[in-house]
Design a binder for this molecule. Structure first.
Ligand SMILES: Nc1ncnc2c1ncn2[C@@H]1O[C@H](COP(=O)(O)OP(=O)(O)O)[C@@H](O)[C@H]1O
Ligand SMILES: [Mg+2]
Length: 601
């Protein structure tokens, strides 16, 4: 399944073959979720069958009690009726106890399935490559984890219970009817025809209705999440009014599609009740005539009437099951779609060990395109010797960040290879790769937790001393100490709020602690103001010592610490040399540099 296929699912339009594939995919997922629970499922099945049989026994016992026990009692023999009453109590108690057990058992199964599914979705979306996350919006991922899993939970918690109990109940009643009086059984069967027609009509119409409500509710969630995650931009660009309009439209379409579904129920429910009552009237009429004619015992008629009344109750519940089944099936389809997404960058089959990376980076005939229609890097060769500090400059869209993402293997090249110390990145163990190559970007992200925990991400087993050393090395120590709880300040709590520049310093300390052979800074200093940039500049020299570094920077002041400058335009290196040589020349960098010098005066 491609990423585009997943987007299609959100709209709910696909061909027959695709639908079949999607259904199979959901069933596979369901199978893999249930297979570890087979024994529990079987036990639960046995319990529910016995408990339903016990519950259905009631009317048959009443029939026996009236037709056999009552005449015997009138004749002075109380034993038969006492036996029937005892059996009635016994089956009643068994039914109640077993149904209680069944409720517990089925709840355990549904919890186990859900926990498994929740974990799988989380771990899998976390593992998926950047490519997936860049096209699959956070709103939709949140919808998978919340409303979709809720739909599945609802199905497992109540829907399946109702279906299993309801269907068994109807089947046992039919059997009991035939055993009691087969003619009445046939009449009951005749009423299955209108019941089937009505249910089928409801199924066909509700399928469409439910799909529309689900699409509408998913759109609501996506719009909401995206407004809130982009709230800064919303406020900055005064987009509130437009958002309000869009949201109102979505709410209205949600309301309208829900209204349609409710109208369907408005026909279906009364229809069921009507069928049940007509069936009861027919049984009473035909059975009554037979009782009068002496061909039917009165107790059997009562039993038949009680069964007929009960027979149609579960039909309503089964119809409700259809409701939750529909949303759960669609949810399962979407969740299984996410789970079958393969990471765009696959783990190597036989990883090459690289314990001590030197830091030689080589692009060998690399071609790269995000989408097939537009090549970003056309045949690219580049060699960066270990220990070299490279400044990569060029206009916006030149492909600098793309180059950085290829070195850190967020993407794989379409052809050619990116190598570290002569090993294709695709053959490196992900652990070795992440230890050897670290990229720091402008959006330095802090996770909830303390400052020192955030720095320790670079090296999970680091001691407090190492953390402080790292912070000192990049010049972050002073401001961290000034925080309310120093290194133990929670970055999300009041008073723990750190500025963009301070966040960047923390991410530098994290990178320093990780001590990678190759460090990439993609506009990492762009969010710093001039004083903090100067502060970082000093830390940067420490950070870059003894390793290969690629610095992508707006401000040319950073270039001074580089051994080599690469100027990139339209996916190609157009200039390559030491800063001194390039400045002395007449190329693009010399012009840029001259303009920059001018601006400083
Ligand atoms: N995830 C993406 N999907 C499709 N195109 C992209 C993606 N990221 C960047 N691009 C395109 O690739 C080109 C190079 O982008 P980038 O490497 O970010 O440039 P730079 O960092 O030099 O500004 C741009 O034309 C940009 O539109
Ligand atoms: Mg960029």
């Amino acid at each position: 399944m491609s990423v585009h296929g997943v987007q299609g699912e959100e709209r709910g339009d696909y061909t027959k073959a695709e639908s079949r594939q999607i259904r199979q995919r959901s069933l596979r997922l369901l199978g893999s979720l249930l297979s570890p629970l087979v024994r529990r499922v079987v036990l639960t099945g046995v319990v529910v069958v016995i408990s339903t049989a016990a519950q259905v026994a009631g009317p048959a016992l009443i029939a026996i009690g009236i037709d056999r026990g009552l005449p015997a009692l009138i004749d002075g023999d109380a034993l038969p009726i006492a036996l029937v009453v005892a059996a009635y109590l016994f089956t009643g108690i068994i039914g109640a106890v077993l149904i209680a057990w069944y409720t517990v058992l089925s709840a355990r199964i549904s919890q186990a399935v859900l926990i498994d599914l929740r974990k799988r979705v989380f771990l899998h979306t976390q593992k998926l490559s950047l490519e997936f996350h860049e096209s699959y919006t956070s709103g939709r991922i949140i919808a998978r984890q919340t409303s979709d899993l809720d739909a599945i939970r609802e199905l497992l918690d109540s829907g399946v219970n109702q279906l299993v109990q309801g269907a068994l109940y109807m089947a046992f009643i039919a059997i009991a009817m035939f055993a009691l009086d087969w003619r009445s059984g046939l009449i009951l069967f005749a009423f299955l025809i209108p019941l089937g027609v009505l249910t089928r009509w409801f199924q066909v119409n509700s399928q469409r209705g439910f799909r529309l409500t689900r699409v509408a509710s998913a759109r609501l969630i996506v719009q909401f999440v995206e407004t809130m995650t982009g709230i800064r931009a919303v406020k900055a660009f005064r987009k509130e009014a437009r958002n309000e309009e869009e949201y109102a439209e979505l709410v209205e379409s949600y309301r309208a599609s829900n209204g349609r579904v409710i109208r369907l129920f408005g026909i279906f429910d009364p229809g069921l009740i009507l069928i049940g009552n007509v069936a009861l009237a027919a049984m009473l009429l035909l059975g009554g005539l037979r009782v009068a004619g002496g061909s039917l015992e009165i107790g059997v008629l009562l039993g038949v009437l009680l069964y007929t009344r009960q027979f149609f109750f579960p039909a309503q519940e089964i119809a409700m099951f259809y409701n939750s089944y529909q949303s759960a099936a669609a949810a399962l389809e979407k969740v299984s779609g996410v789970l079958e997404e393969r990471p765009g960058v696959a783990d190597p089959v036989a990883p090459v060990d690289l314990w001590e990376a030197k830091g030689d980076v080589r692009f060998d005939g690399v071609e790269f395109a995000y989408t097939e229609d537009r090549v970003i890097l056309p045949r690219f060769d580049l060699e960066i010797a270990a220990g070299q500090v490279i400044a990569l400059v060029g206009s916006t869209g030149a492909g600098k960040s793309t180059l950085a993402k290829l070195i850190s293997r967020f993407y794989d090249p379409s052809s050619g290879a990116v190598e570290l110390d002569g090993v294709d990145l695709r053959d490196l163990h992900p652990k070795d790769l992440r230890r050897a190559i670290v990229m720091v970007t402008q959006e330095a992200y802090l996770f909830s937790g303390t400052v020192s925990e955030n720095i320790a991400l670079g090296k999970p087993d680091a001691s407090h001393d190492e953390i402080v050393q790292a912070a000192m090395a990049v010049g972050a120590h002073e401001f961290i100490q000034a925080l309310p709880d120093g290194y133990d300040t929670d970055v999300n709590k009041r008073g723990g709020r750190v500025s963009a520049g301070q966040r960047q310093l923390i991410s530098f300390a994290r990178a320093f602690l990780a001590d990678p052979a190759v460090l990439i800074l993609d506009e990492a200093t762009a969010s710093l103001d001039i004083p903090s940039e100067r502060l970082v500049q000093e830390g940067l020299t420490t950070l870059l010592a003894r390793r290969t570094a690629v610095i992508i920077a707006h401000r040319l002041s950073t270039v001074a610490i580089a051994d080599r400058v690469l100027v990139m335009e339209h996916g190609r290196i157009v200039e390559d040399g030491t800063p001194r040589d390039l400045i002395a020349g007449t190329g693009r960098f010399a012009q840029l540099h001259a303009a920059w010098r001018e601006s400083l005066v």
